[in-house]
Ligand binder design. Structure first.
Ligand code: NDP
Length: 479
């Protein structure tokens, strides 16, 4: 046995991760893939990596030094289960199995439970950053036991992205915590992308700018408070010209956005946890709406006129940037609320400022902005929402007037802004002293005797709506 780490599954993600591991001092990397042709291709193309390649799973396991550590990078679901079984049969207590695929965290919790009695550590690990991240340095979110992190931590720290001198990896929490946080990362990513897309639409439809000019605006934004990888690549996409037609690339792409499921998982779990993540949910729904050509065509057929686009002046782009920033703060606040709720429900001790820090490099939502989130939670880990942290409270207050102008201009001009609109409504819902939820409680009590609480005294009450409409005190709860 010569290899301190192994990788199973050598499609694009696994190959790149294995190469990344091999490029770091001190690592000898064992590799194995179900179909040997893939392994052969990797070792032939990358002799410099010094891979220890095996044709059989037995040889692969034998090539690992103890405690054996193997990272699985195969198709999520059945493929992952098949490989886990093969390793569990051959590993010994103290060995470590890492699932680096995009597993559903509920599966990770189940797998950990199943494997724990064997004494083998199972570490569900979120890996973000796509192919390039896997090769050059991803953001890594391992769950699993504290003990396993002692062995695994230094290896993962050696391959992770580095942001401001710190590796983008931390032990997130036990069992499924890593995959849970990776899921929320993807949900936030959906929201951020949707908000940027809405900003583009506003600058184009209302602001009258062409894609290339909007690319320049975004490049400018990327030097300020909106600086982020997503703004940077958006500018590049907008600057792209289609070789065949000479048109802006964005105009030749079919406007139906796809998704792979992690955004949907975020919203499903937020619903289960009772956490309002409207900004993220609207982003997921916006992709779904775009992908319903029959409904879009049907409505376009019956709509005879569209509203006139509002006239705006040269300050509009600045307004949009402020609206984008405020909406983004809301989306991230909602994402972190979901992390807090998940941690509470599943018993994870998640360090929020560390999560913000490991997202600063390697992953799709990487941005300076995450330093502000880290600072906020570092200063006070118990804030009820990021929106109360002084930095964000000030930022949103400063952009608030612009945010409202942009949302109303969009509504009057007929530009869909599900992300901006949902974010502003969420903010207003938190900011107003009274909500019409009181009336909803009245309706619920009327038709279902669901009871209500009063603002002026303790207790739970019900009004005899179908009787004499007097109020009685009840034992029930108003929720
Ligand atoms: P794929 O998801 O395309 O999976 C292909 C790999 O899985 C091959 O190595 C294949 O082996 C193996 N495999 C499938 N079924 C089995 C099985 N029953 N037994 C053994 N091996 C099996 O590979 P990717 O590299 O695209 O992704 C790997 C993982 O990383 C996935 O979980 C994916 O969701 C995740 N991912 C993460 C990204 C990120 O940004 N974090 C981006 C892309 C993917 P064979 O060659 O024999 O067919």
């Amino acid at each position: 046995a010569t290899a301190n780490i192994g990788v199973v599954g050598l499609a694009v993600m696994g190959s790149n991760l294995a190469r990344n591991l091999a490029s770091r001092e001190g690592n000898t990397v064992a590799v194995y893939n179900r179909t040997y042709a893939r392994t052969e291709e990797l070792i032939t193309e990358h002799p410099e990596a010094g891979f220890v390649a095996s044709e059989s799973i037995d040889d692969f396991v034998a090539s690992l030094t103890k405690p054996r550590t193997a990272i699985i990078m195969v198709q999520a679901g059945k493929g992952t289960d098949a490989v886990i079984e093969q390793l569990v049969e051959r590993f010994e207590p103290g060995d470590i199995i890492v699932d680096g695929g995009n597993a559903n965290f509920h599966d990770t919790i189940e797998r950990e439970k199943r494997i724990a009695p064997t004494g083998i550590h199972f570490v569900g690990t979120g890996i973000s950053g796509g192919e390039e991240g896997a090769l050059k340095g991803p953001s890594i979110m391992p769950g699993g036991s504290e003990e396993s992190y002692e062995t695994l931590g230094p290896i993962l720290e050696s391959i992770a992205a580095v942001a401001e001198g710190e590796p983008c990896v931390t032990h997130v929490g036990t069992d499924g915590a890593g995959h849970f946080v990776k899921m929320i990362h993807n949900g936030i990513e959906y929201a951020d992308m949707q908000l940027i897309a809405e900003a583009y639409d506003l600058l184009r439809t209302v602001g009258g700018l062409e894609p290339a000019a909007i690319a320049d605006v975004f490049t400018e934004w990327n030097k300020g408070y909106l600086e982020s990888y997503l703004i940077e690549i958006t500018a590049e996409v907008l600057r792209q010209v289609d070789a065949e037609t000479g048109k802006p690339f964005v105009d030749i792409v079919l406007d139906q956005a796809g998704s792979k499921g992690t955004g949907v998982w975020t919203v499903q779990n937020a619903l289960d946890l009772g956490v309002p993540v409207g900004g993220i949910a609207e982003a997921v729904f916006a992709r779904a709406v775009s992908s319903k050509p029959a409904q879009r065509e049907a409505v376009q057929k019956v709509v005879t006129s569209r509203p006139d686009v509002q006239k705006v002046d040269s300050s509009f782009a600045d307004d949009v940037s402020k609206a984008l920033y405020a909406s983004k703060v809301v989306a991230y606040a909602q994402g972190f609320d979901a992390i807090i709720a998940g941690a509470e429900k599943y018993g994870w001790n998640i360090n929020k400022d560390k999560i913000a820090k490991i997202w600063r490099g390697g992953c799709i939502i990487r941005a300076q902005f995450l330093n502000r989130i880290a600072d906020a939670y570092d200063e006070n880990p118990d804030i009820a929402t990021l929106l109360e942290a002084p930095y964000f409270a000030d930022a949103v207050a400063e952009g608030e007037a612009a945010w409202r102008r942009v949302v109303s201009t969009a509504a009057l001009s007929g530009v869909p802004i599900p992300g901006f609109g949902a974010a502003l409504s969420y903010y207003d819902s938190l900011a107003v002293p009274r909500l019409p939820a009181a009336l909803v409680q009245g309706q619920r009590d009327f038709f279902g005797a669901h009871t209500y609480k009063r603002v002026d005294k303790e207790g739970t009450f019900h009004t005899l709506w179908s009787g004499d409409r007097t109020e009685i005190e009840t034992e029930g709860s108003s929720h």
